[in-house]
Design a protein. Structure first.
Ligand code: BG6
Length: 507
């Protein structure tokens, strides 16, 4: 018997890697993401001793703050974490700097260049720079141009740009933005972030599929009858109405996070585990994906919007009553879509994806339902026979469950479903890192595996174009269904599956 092939190209995801001397520059440093996610993640990396001692963080925004102001603001928002590790914070804090920058002002960019050279001398950061664009998307192109004109992107090995979502609003604008960004940067310098790819359990789908022999032979149309992908949230729109009103669930969650889960679940095994091989397969599967009914796409998509709900103790406002939301808003806070993937592996297998705000539970999962046994030899304890299911729990309670039938105890031969459960926490004893921890480290390492390549982003937008066009041109064909807060979305979404004689899994 031949032994397994090990590939010499063991780069990217496989190695324990050391971040080189580095200055991380955050544009939009006064914004929410910086103190909620980025600085806490960098502090986490620091505490795990994964940041080099030659590290600096330079915050940039228009506000005229000093280094001291910036350090204080960050300390105020991380106060709980600092209480646990005050000594580490004092040390980490010495590497935080701030420079007021208006990205459209040439003279500010010249000053930024000088400040970076100063930081290089002070912290020995060797001109390795990661520029993180946590700014309004309309400035992404301008920011790349300004950085290039200030000569800050000229060495692709030492400088890179991380771009937050949303990357475009539709296929055309994503294409235009890619062109613009690529005028100033090489593709290898661009890191389009999707924080779902930073989640341990999303990466685990790759390991589960490609490190075990038992799954791949049955991971296809011959054995799998349908796949459901869910990302349910309990929160409403919170303070983000300004952004969300012009985005909605389709742009905010589906085009990126759910589509990434879809592509990792459905992709072909890469020839080797290097970044481009993986991204090639992800792009290919998205290029083969389509809305289930291309002629009448409205039949395959349900949009919903949360109404009031909750209880006496905790009454919840409807979406249209939230601050900053138009009382006649038609922005969807829930969406369910049926897709097909036209390739040999998946032809005819429906993929149902759904996401919503103000649902009863926060849960993200991928559910693979296997075909029924061809002959039912036994009576099922629950009345009707159940199908095997593999449930990949992305969050919370990260893990996986396999559901299969066993003999029900007692006389007779009745079958009954049971579950075999793997939990990350029980097996490894520690919760996994926040996605940004992993992704910030990877960006500074220059490892693009878990970032979205230009063709992937475009393919993901193209996939939803028929729906985006309908919403734009014929909104009455994709009406908004109201659903009560803390329920599982509009009844119409159940009908979408009932037509195929299926039910959504209640997680
Ligand atoms: C963000 C969306 O990208 O993802 C938010 O903009 C959403 O609307 C969030 O709440 C969900 O992320 P997570 O990691 O909590 O599932």
């Amino acid at each position: 018997m031949s032994s397994p092939i090990t590939n010499p190209l063991r780069v990217g995801l496989r190695q324990e890697r050391v971040i080189p001397p580095q200055c991380l520059v955050i544009f939009g440093a006064s914004g929410d993401l910086t103190h909620r996610k980025l600085v806490p993640s960098l502090f986490e990396l620091y505490k795990q001793r994964r940041l080099p001692s030659e590290f600096a963080l330079l915050g940039c925004a228009r506000r005229p703050w000093s280094d001291h102001d910036f350090r204080q603001k960050m300390a105020a928002s991380l106060s709980d974490k600092i209480k646990e590790s005050p000594i580490e914070w004092d040390e980490f804090c010495k590497g935080l700097f701030y420079e007021p920058v208006n990205i459209t002002h040439r003279e500010d960019l010249i000053k930024l260049g000088q400040r970076l050279e100063e930081i290089d001398r002070l912290r020995a950061t060797h001109s390795n720079r990661t520029f993180y664009l946590s700014i309004s998307p309309e400035f992404y192109g301008i920011a790349c141009r300004s950085l290039a004109e200030a000569n800050l992107l000229k060495d692709p090995k030492r400088s890179r740009v991380v771009i937050e979502k949303p990357f475009g609003r539709d296929y055309r604008s994503a294409q235009a933005l890619n062109k613009l960004v690529q005028n100033y940067c090489q593709e290898s310098q661009v890191f389009r972030i999707d924080h779902y790819l930073g989640k341990e359990t999303v990466q685990n789908i790759l390991v589960l599929r490609f490190a075990n022999t038992i799954f791949e032979p049955i991971w296809n149309r011959n054995y799998i009858s349908s796949i459901q992908i869910t990302a349910a949230e309990t929160v409403g729109v919170e303070e983000r109405a300004g952004y969300y009103e012009s985005s909605g669930a389709l742009r905010d969650m589906v085009q990126n996070h759910l589509t990434q889960m879809l592509s990792i679940t459905a992709m072909e095994p890469p020839g080797h585990f290097d970044p481009e091989a993986i991204r090639n397969e992800k792009a290919k599967v998205l290029q083969a994906a389509r809305i289930a009914d291309e002629i009448e796409p409205w039949k395959c998509c349900i949009r919903g919007q949360y109404g009031r709900g909750g209880n006496k103790e905790e009454p919840l406002l409807g979406y249209r009553e939230e601050s900053g939301v138009s009382p006649s808003s038609t922005t969807e806070t829930y969406v369910a879509i049926k897709l097909f993937i036209d390739n040999w592996r998946w032809q005819g297998v429906p993929f149902y994806i759904r996401t919503g705000k103000r649902l009863p539970k926060r849960v993200s999962e991928v559910v693979l339902t296997f075909r029924e046994a061809p002959v039912h030899l036994f009576d099922a304890a629950g009345g009707s026979p159940t199908s095997n299911q593999l449930i990949l729990r992305i969050q919370p309670d990260e893990g996986a469950v396999f559901r299969f039938d066993v003999k029900s105890p007692g006389s007779g031969m009745r079958s009954r479903p049971v579950e075999m459960d793997f939990s990350y926490e029980q097996s490894f004893g520690e919760p996994s890192d926040e996605g940004y921890v992993r992704l910030l480290a990877d960006a500074m390492l220059g490892d693009p595996t878990l970032f979205t390549r230009s063709d992937e982003v475009e393919a993901a937008w193209r996939l939803y174009t028929p729906l985006l066009e309908l919403i734009e041109d014929k909104p009455w064909q994709l009406p908004i269904h109201q659903y009560e807060s803390r329920t599982w979305g509009p009844a119409a979404a159940d009908v979408l599956l009932a037509r195929d004689e299926l039910l959504w899994r209640r997680p």
